[in-house]
Design a protein around this ligand. Structure first.
Ligand code: HEM
Length: 220
């Protein structure tokens, strides 16, 4: 790990691997939360399983936390190193002439997503940890759907979530294909396919999250 993060190429590689892990997490997270739209018991059962399975709780969850923190810290480190390596900027880098606004401002969208995650952890995760591990309350299979549904009764929370998901989409729009490039996956035939898939991914995943938040708001 130290070897991987001691050079710029290694850091970009490690950053891309953490991004790919998070891309997979988002698909799983969306799938579980979409169940809340299709039925209370389906969502309660899935949450009960995920929330009390030792492999998920004590292996997958710490790995996920590490990946999230690593991705954000490494994003800042890469940005600072890039800036200090070329304080005046490349002559070639003429803004929108050869790069998109989002590719030049991944740190801004990343910071908004980080702010969203603080709110999100406060909304759901801390509550869960408190319930199970601090207060040691008994298993209650039917609480999950109601907890989630009630969170979205506040229009400001829904609005903050929706704005964050739009920025998540923009972040993913560049990040998806960039992570493949960083691990050296470049091929005249497959790169356009990866880009097209990335574009669909970065629209459909945030749209799915927006749908969940809005659905629970309008069905209060
Ligand atoms: C409407 C959209 C979303 C809903 C309803 C939702 C719901 C939840 C719930 C209920 C939990 C607690 C799980 C538990 O520990 O039992 C959770 C945790 C978490 N969420 Fe979300 N989430 C949404 C969107 C997102 C997005 C877009 C991200 C990432 C950018 C995200 C990242 C996380 C992370 C990192 C955790 C903590 C790890 C975990 O326990 O799974 N969530 N979310």
């Amino acid at each position: 790990m130290a070897g991987l993060t001691s050079s710029t190429i290694g850091r970009k590689y490690a950053m891309a691997l953490s991004a790919m892990f998070l891309l997979i997490f988002l698909v799983m997270h969306l799938s579980v939360n979409l169940l809340s739209v299709f039925g209370e018991s389906a969502y309660n059962n899935a949450s009960q399983f995920m929330g009390y399975n030792p492999l998920i709780q004590f292996v997958m969850q710490p790995v996920l936390m590490f990946a999230v923190i690593f991705h954000f810290v490494m994003g800042f480190v890469l940005e600072i190193k890039n800036k200090s390596a070329r304080p005046i900027g490349y002559d070639m880098n003429k803004g929108s002439a050869n790069s998109t606004w989002m590719s030049r401002n991944m740190l801004i969208s990343g910071a908004v997503i980080l702010a969203f995650l603080f709110l999100h952890m406060y909304d759901f995760w801390f509550h869960e940890m408190n319930y199970k591990y601090i207060n040691g309350l008994p298993i209650e299979e039917t609480r999950f759907w109601g907890d989630l549904h009630n969170k979205f009764n506040d229009i400001w929370r829904v609005a903050l979530y929706v704005v964050s998901f739009v920025l998540l989409g923009l972040h993913l729009g560049h990040g998806f294909q960039s992570s493949f490039q960083s691990v050296g996956a470049r091929h005249p035939k497959y790169t356009p396919v990866i880009k097209a898939f990335g574009n669909w991914y970065s629209i459909l995943i945030p749209a799915g999250f927006i749908f969940i938040a809005v659905y629970h708001f309008i069905t209060q």
